[in-house]
Every structure is written in structure tokens, then in C-alpha cells.
Write a protein that binds this ligand. Sequence first.
Ligand code: PMP
Length: 671
Amino acid sequence: VPHSQRVVEWLAQQTFAPLVGESLVGDTCYVLDLSVSSRMLGANPENSTCGPMTRLIEDALWAAGSHIGIGRYDEPRLIYANDLFATGGDPLAERRTIHLGLDVWMPAGTPIYAPLDGVVHCLANNAAPLDYGPLVILRHQTAAGEPFYTLYGHLAEDVLSRWQIGQAVQAGDLLAHMGPPPINGDWPPHVHFQIITDLLERDADFPGVGLASQRPVWLSLSPDPNVVLGVPADRFPTLELPYEETLRQRRSRLGGNLSLTYSHPLKIVRGWRQYLYDDTGRAYLDMYNNVPHVGHTHPRIVKAVQEQVGLLTTNTRYLHDNINRYAERLCAHLPEALEVCYFVNSASEANELALRLVRAYTRQTNLIVMDTAYHGHTTALIDISPYKFNGPGGEGRKDWVHVAPVPDDYRGPYKRDDPERGRKYAAHVAEIIADLQAQGQGLCGFIAESLPSVGGQIVPPPHYLETVYTHVRAAGGVCIADEVQVGFGRLGRCFWGFELQEVVPDIIVLGKPIGNGQPLGAVITTRAIAEAFDNGMEFFSTFGGNPVSCAAGLALLDVLEEEQLQANALTIGTFLLDSMTALMERHPVIGDVRGVGLFLGVELVKDRETLEPAAEQASYLINRLRDHGILAGTDGPHHNVIKLRPSMIFSQADAELFLRAFDSILGEITL
Ligand code: PMP
């Protein structure tokens, strides 16, 4: 808007009557944070409804010793939940989030005075769906005759009879009163004050909130109204740094190989259920992150953690019921033989401990691992993770590590038409054992994910683990199941991955999703292995099994059961699997669709005969999904498998939304 800057410069030279009859300079006023990342509002949209939000604002003002709340200009907000703020029917399309006015939050009935001379240009009652409630727009002009407007929204109804269009208003005139809910659009009482330098031939429907992608345009149409209100600049704390600054700080202070997803990385500031929100308020359907097992910021888990952290967190050298209760609940989901629990803080720490257990029990070190596996980031776990030791920066295989092929019946040597393929893949493990025995060496054990995820979302063929476990045990080895990605109901058909293969491991390793984001890992084993480990050396992990983490773990189990999420994983997972399989007919780039429950993989190939991996196409697809507001990832040794592992609350509507975008993006791919 060419004259916007001149209007602002002219306003900066003027003095004004106070909008609410008193100065906004002192401690009487407090700037509220209503942004996407507002700690006051949190992630739960319930807090952005009238009653709870009124209480939160009152509490914040009381704590600050102020009685006037200020709502910021140019603040990305998610509080505009109704469909009016969406651009079309797509829930993932960009919504209007950028606040173009300043709010003054005070009790309903507070008088509002005209800050400057003007003429009544528009009087309206913008009831639902526009939700301004009664409003007035005044027309003004600068000394040079350049027109501009000021808008006052969410008023009480008396403004409509107090004034007439065309009537002159003088600075200091009683203009209106703050409206009570629900006539003010059912907001906590406040006035929305906005400057408009060009009405774009609109009046009462001029937006008070704009699209982030058009931010500079809207900020030019509606410059910062604080030039009139005069709240001191140092009262506006910067709570969220600008995107570029966040990126710069990260690059300067954090290690370079702490990688970021996407070439234009996302700055995520809020999570709610199956959605993540970036710093502009854009919503993303999260189909990638499996740690928020029952959805981001699940209120039950948040409450359990908040209550416990506010009461006690200590270590396992004192008695506490949470750890016992949690161990009991976990074991209730397990075969009887798995009866002794150890708690740690991460899956890496759990796998590391599992290694100590097997070594203590067998007094051997030779370990059989699966090709392309990943078990964690510690020194020993890099040694047993071919994905890492054979990957960039890796130092190769250690003597005590022996690599068996992934039982991949799509790409591997034994295909799905071979009923013996499971046993044939297992025979490679028998070969490794025979070689060790021929050299007079013993076996410590075998570790694998029950369904290899980093390997490309592989579902091992029938009889694979059963045969492997038989070979390993016959050689005196111990069988470890890394259930970090696949356990806890994700597969829908069963609670654990190993159940699909009808085996019972000697040790299971848990982490990542089991605390819904709280650091929590576990190792569960047999009495005999636990006794061998209990060799006089104390086992202690300072934070492992602390009351807060166990409270999160317990709440997560409650939610899984009460919301019947394992059944949901089966229903939605099967629907996704069937629908994506049906898409193969139209999209030759899909080589394979596989998985169980909400553990799904789509392998892209350039040619269904040669199986030449289509890695660039997979990367294209992931980036375009992001454009559509959907987060997914790629995996597998050839980076050509689309990995889908949404939270367990993923719904039919979410699945349909994803399938529409997926189908449309696949249509953009030519081979
Ligand atoms: N095991 C598996 C199968 C994993 O996928 C991971 C992490 N992706 C780990 C162990 C290690 O988990 P963390 O980074 O939480 O220690």
C-alpha cells in the first residue's frame, strides 16, 4: 500500500486520547502471549474457547498485577479454529493465523473512547459466522489528505444505536463498550483495534487476521496499531525467535551431523493429537513420528506428568509405587517367561543394557545382527548396527558382530512365491552359527527388530523368527527382540511384533513410543537371565524408572486400553494398506505395499521387473506431501521406501485425506 508508510509516519507525530480511558504505559498493562506456541494456552484447543481462555487471561493478569491485557499485532495464532479461517474445505490448507490488530482485554462493559477525530464509516453487527460481533469503522485522513481507517471490534450492541454512518467523532468521545460473550463472537471480552490503510472496497468484512503466506501484504494494509496505543516497546517480549534466527543459532551451536529434515526445515512449535504446527500456525498431519504413540500432548499423559513432576521425582534407590505398578502392567501384556523389568531413559540405553545382560548370561560376545539394522547411537550399538557401521562415516564390522540378511521377500533372494522362504532366510543364521562353531567359538545371541523398520518396513515371512530362534538357542545363544518401533499395539493384530511370528524372545527392548515423548526405555527378560546379571555389580540408571517417566508410561497404557487404539490401528492400517495396494494399478512406480496395522511401507521402483529403486521419486513424494501438509519419511537401504507410522489415533478421515494427496502426487511422477 503506497501510502501506508506515510500514514504511519503522520500518526507517529500525533497525540491520542486513551482508547480505554487510561494510559497503557505503566504496570497496569500486561502483554499476553496468544501465539501458536503460547505456554499460557498450551496445545489443547479447549483452552482457546471462551470460558477457559477468560480464566487463563484473568489468571495471567492477576499474576502480573495488571488489569489490562494486550494481545499482540502480527502474532501467528491458532485460536481461530472455526471454518471461517480455513481457505477451502481442506483441513490441511493454510488457515488465516496472523493477527492484524492489537487487542485490549478488559471486563465486558469497559468504555472505549475514540483515540482520534474521524467520521463513522461503517457500523455493523458481524454475528456468526464472521464473529467480530458489533463493530465500528472510523474514517480519518492525514494532514496531507491521505485516507485511512480505524476498526473497533467485539463491542457491546449499544454502539449500533449510539452512532450513525457519516457522523463526526471527536478524539475522546465515548465510542462504545467492550462486548460480553456471546454477542462479541463468544470471545473473552476485549476490543480488537486495527488500522486499515486501504479497505479494498470492503467494510465490515475486512479481515482482522491474514494468511501467513501473504503476511507482508496484510501488514502493509494494516500497520501496527501500537503507533496509536503507545504500549512501551519493552513490554512486548519476543517469545519465539524468527525462523532465520533459530536456524542460524542451531547451525552455530549444534553439531553439523545433527541433521534436519527437509531442505527448508520446519520450525515446529506445537503438537496436538495427530497434528504438528509450525511457527506460522500451519498444520501438518503427522504420519512420521511414532513417539507420540497416542497423539501429541495427550491431555491424560500431560496431566499425569504434570501432577507427578509437581510432587516428586527421584531415583530407584527409594521405594515407589509407580515403578512397580508400571512393571506389573507391562508384564501383564507379556508371556509369563518375561517377568523381570529394568527401566532406563531411551531405547539406546535399553539396547545397551540388553547387551550387558546377554553377555553376563552367556559369557560370550559373538552376536548375530540383521543387515541394515539400527539399534541406537552408543558406541556398542553402532557396532551392532550395520546401517551405521556400513554407512557414511562407519568403521566397518567388528569381529564379534555377524550379519544375517534381512528376510525381505520382495527384494531379497527368496520371494513371496516360495513357501519355504522364511526358513531359507533363517538358514543364513544357521550358517553363521556353523562357521563360528567350526572355529571353536561360542554364541552370545541374536538381536533384531521383530519387523525391521530401518531396513525398509519389512514383514518377515512365516517361520523366520521361529527357525532363527531354534538355531540360536541350540547354540546356547539368547534371542533379543528390539520392539522399539513395532511393539505396543502398533501392529493392530497383536500387542508385540514377536507375536506375529509366534515366538517368545528371551529379552525384549522397549523405548521411544512407550512414554509418549517422556524419556523412557525398558528391558524385560527371564528370571534366569536377570539372576546371571545380578553378579554383585550394582545396576543403576539415575533417571531410569523415575516416578515421572513411569507416570507417563502408566497413563499411556491407560489411554491405549480406554481408547481401544490397538483395534483402531488394525482398522485404519488395513484400510490404508488395501487402498494403497489398489493404487498400484494406476501408479507403476509403486513396487510394493506392505506392513501390518499402522506400520506401513510403500516401496517405489523404476521398473517392477528389475526392482530398480526409485529413490529420487521417493524423495519427491515426501517433499510434495509436505507441501500438502503431510509429514512422512523414507527408509530402506536404497532410500526408496515411504515409511508411514502415524500415531495410534489416526482416523479414517486422516487416512482419506492422505490417500487423496498421495494419489494426486503419484500422478505427478513419470518414469
Ligand atoms: N532401536 C530401534 C529399532 C530404533 O528405531 C531406535 C531409534 N530410531 C533405537 C533403538 C534407539 O532409540 P533412541 O534414539 O531413542 O535411543
